[in-house]
Design a protein around this ligand. Structure first.
Ligand code: AMP
Length: 287
């Protein structure tokens, strides 16, 4: 496994791999890697013959400077995880490499970025889409892997790639969870033991709502029940809990719920967490 920082080194390594006939698969990350990232890397290993992972905490997608400063950074453990997952090339760019002083262009996602996370984290998806497009332009992978844990991000990236004719296949991979159901996240390490116990409620209530809809409950009723269930935990501050269509991300009220996804964002003990569950899980990775 090689670790590089410059764009030129990535381009050379990828060009060599492609001219040796190897399919390039790519997993962009912000580091502090865990089992969720590992599942993407293993999937990338299966699908491609040259696996590239990037590790870059993207300042442009943080609307809160304190959140950026507090984001966990675990360089050595990340490299060990990449190595054991069979990564060929780790790209660790500096912020100056990605955003030189005169950097002046942004990707602006449209309607898909308007609600949910977009409402609560202004500018987040523009920053995310901008860096993802840059990373894709440098790595030029055949296929790139994203977690459905960040459901809205996945929808926006898939649409951006289609709208802007980026020649890459985007694959969405299922959310990996802890034993009690909590979705793995780099932010979980920041939870106090009490908050860590409470955090599992997020996954419990959205799974209960999805189950209720699968048994015929209306989306608005399932959502309201989940909301009041979660509200009863005073230490959990709900930012949103919504049932939306998985493609348009528009609210589902009383339409059939087969295409619906339940999404939640909440602050638990000062740590902001997100999670989601599809009412009818896709039977394989989505692309
Ligand atoms: P991040 O480092 O948080 O930017 O995440 C990098 C990639 O890993 C994104 O595509 C995430 O959706 C994905 N990811 C993060 N957590 C999980 C998880 N628990 N299960 C599956 N994928 C995940």
């Amino acid at each position: 496994m090689r670790i590089v920082t410059t764009i030129a080194d990535v381009r050379t390594a990828v060009r060599d791999a492609k001219s040796a006939g190897r399919a390039v698969s790519f997993v962009p990350t912000m580091g502090a890697l865990h089992g969720g990232h590992a599942s993407l890397l293993h999937r990338a290993r299966k699908e491609g013959s040259f696996v590239v992972a990037s590790i870059f905490v993207n300042p442009l997608q943080f609307n809160d400077p304190n959140d950026l400063a507090a984001y966990p950074r675990t360089a050595e453990a990340d490299e060990a995880l990449c190595k054991s997952a069979g990564v060929d090339l780790v790209w660790r760019p500096t912020a100056e490499t990605i955003y030189p002083a005169d950097f002046d262009t942004r990707v602006e996602p449209g309607k898909l970025a308007a609600g949910l996370e977009g409402l609560h984290r202004p500018g987040h998806f523009g920053g995310m889409a901008t860096v993802v497009l840059k990373l894709l332009n440098v790595v030029t992978p055949d296929v790139a892997f994203f977690g459905l844990k960040d459901f809205q991000q996945f929808a926006i990236v898939r649409r951006m790639v289609r709208d802007l004719d980026v020649p890459v296949k985007i694959v969405g991979c299922p959310t990996v969870r802890e034993e009690d159901g909590l979705a793995m996240s780099s932010r979980n390490a920041k939870l106090s033991p009490e908050s860590r116990m409470l955090a599992a409620h997020l996954s419990r209530v959205i799974h209960a709502a999805a189950r209720a809809m699968r048994s015929g409950e209306r989306a608005d009723r399932a959502r309201d029940l989940a909301f009041s269930d979660l509200s009863s935990q005073s230490a959990i501050e709900i930012e949103y809990l919504e049932v939306v269509d998985r493609d348009s991300l528009l609210p589902v009220v009383d339409e059939p719920t087969a295409n619906a996804v339940v999404l939640v964002a909440a602050v638990v003990g000062g740590i902001r967490l997100i999670d989601n569950v599809e009412v009818v899980p896709r039977d394989k990775d989505s692309s």
